[in-house]
Design a protein. Sequence first.
Length: 287
Amino acid sequence: MPVLEIKDLSHVYSAGTPFEKTALDHIDLSVEAGEFVGVIGHTGSGKSTLIQHLNGLLKPTSGEILVDGQNIWEDKKNLRGLRFKVGLVFQYPEYQLFEETVYKDIAFGPKNMGLKEEEVDERVREAARFVGIPEELMEKSPFELSGGQKRRAAIAGVIAMDPRVLILDEPTAGLDPKGRDRILGRIKEYHQVKQNTILLVSHSMEDIAKYATKVLVMNKARVFTYGTVDEVFSKSDAISHMGLSIPQISKVFHALGEKGYPVNRNIYTVEGAKQEILKRLSKGTVQ
């Protein structure tokens, strides 16, 4: 059974007014448990509105959202429990830090779940390890941390609730390349260990290609395509026409193919490029 099912979902802002805008237009989507889904789309494509529906922050104008087969709006009393099951990390989550210490901030969610003190402590320390926060920072004020450390502490606060689905909205926005790679690497490790479901919203096609197992492309309030990384990136021309930039390495291999070199054009990571070049060299087909 899919962990997430979206059935004929539509959302209209300011309905019945001159400012009416359709943000989601009859969306159907099914996400299997354990997938790492990259979500991409230009500004205004509907991706942020979509993810806010998945843990009940927005109510559909029409359609259904099912988590583990249950319609999340069937009974409003279930919404609180849903938000422990579907964790959402907003863009710039460090602005949501507020407790006296890093430890207390990470513990806030598990405590609100009504867990025993021992389990709260275990979850806090496990989440801190996943995101790379060392023990010596746990009793510091979160406002003493660097920008990247604050970001990781905020993500740990959601991870500590052990959600079935973890949704991250541009978790590396504003970070330098090292900070971005560090956070995405930690999220990938978390996914590999916990085997839960992750949805990562990103403008970086390189990051999506490197970390995701499936890709969802949103365009004009609809699903343009959803499939494996290979399936989606094989439509790179159509994606480019939508105003989204394909990975630089893909552009290189497309250009090589255009010039008549016998290379696989569906290359989207540096590692994939390395393997393709080595394969061609071993066959003597690259000159």
